[in-house]
Design a protein around this ligand. Structure first.
Ligand code: BTN
Length: 262
């Protein structure tokens, strides 16, 4: 697979017109987890908007304690530092999903969809995941948005257990993806959608609703090891996914403590 698109700070910065996201960019050849590096930088409020990329992670992590494994230079691996973010965690989570789906769409008209809370799908297969982590340091709330987008994987290079459920931009596209263009799109899209959601959360929620694979469908949420099945009727910007349960009750599920049964 092509590895001619090695991440380069100057190339990512070139003509990047963002107001907040990517004002500082770092690129690591190898690191444990970009979310760990971002958490260190998040101790300084001047680093709001910083983007940290890596070609490889030795301890990449996903949601629910899962590992996030990817070959060197195969994926776009990125973490964003947000300090004093005005969005609460549910709205931030759905807005980041909208932004990542938008960036993937723009790179190749892929029609990316969102599987709440943090999966981005193309043709029903996962292409990207988002891991939000937050910490308070000296009274300042900081969030790290970790994003992994599969780019140069082919069907054989995906782990066997993921070959039916995961995909990559190269698998879905007619031509090989360019991670530098995708990095710029990602920063631009996050910059746009975070600002939009801060000004008018309805716009982010409406876009999430257009891209959701679950809205209007039956969903089984797992919360506190209990399963709750019902029709997904919307998303609440503070409380999470809204289900009308089979017993008639309406209940909301927050992203941090809920997973979706397959
Ligand atoms: C998931 O789908 O479970 C979320 C995956 C998030 C992976 C990204 S890659 C960049 C950042 N660093 C990590 O260790 N994880 C996130």
């Amino acid at each position: 697979m092509p590895k001619t698109d090695l991440l380069d700070i100057d190339k990512i910065n070139a003509q990047l017109k963002t107001k907040r996201i990517g004002k500082k960019v770092l690129v690591f050849s190898s690191t444990s987890s970009t979310n760990d590096i971002a958490a260190e930088y998040a101790r300084n409020k001047d680093n709001d908007g910083m983007a940290i990329f890596a070609e490889e992670q030795t301890k990449g992590r996903g949601r629910a304690g899962n590992k996030w494994l990817t070959g060197k230079a195969d994926s776009l691996i990125c973490s964003i530092v947000l300090i004093g973010c005005k969005l609460n965690i549910e709205l931030l989570s759905l807005t980041c999903a909208v932004a990542v789906a938008d960036a993937i769409d723009k790179i190749g008209r892929h029609h990316a969809k969102i599987k709440w809370p943090n999966d981005i799908l193309i043709n029903g297969k996962k292409i990207a995941g988002i891991l939000l982590e937050s910490k308070t340091h000296k009274g300042i709330n900081a969030c790290v948005v970790g994003i992994g987008i599969n780019c140069h994987q082919n069907r054989d290079s995906l782990p066997p257990e993921l070959q039916q459920t995961a995909t990559s931009i190269d698998i879905e596209g007619k031509t090989a993806s360019d991670r530098i263009s995708l990095a710029k799109r990602l920063l631009t899209s996050l910059d746009h959608w975070l600002e939009t959601a801060e000004k008018d959360s309805r716009k982010a929620i409406d876009q999430w609703s257009r891209l959701s694979i679950q809205l209007g469908h039956r969903v089984t949420a797992v919360f506190n090891r209990r399963k709750f099945t019902g029709n997904c009727i919307g998303i609440d910007p503070e409380k999470g996914l809204i289900l009308q349960l089979d017993n008639g009750a309406v209940r909301m599920f927050d992203a941090a403590h809920t997973s979706i049964a397959k």
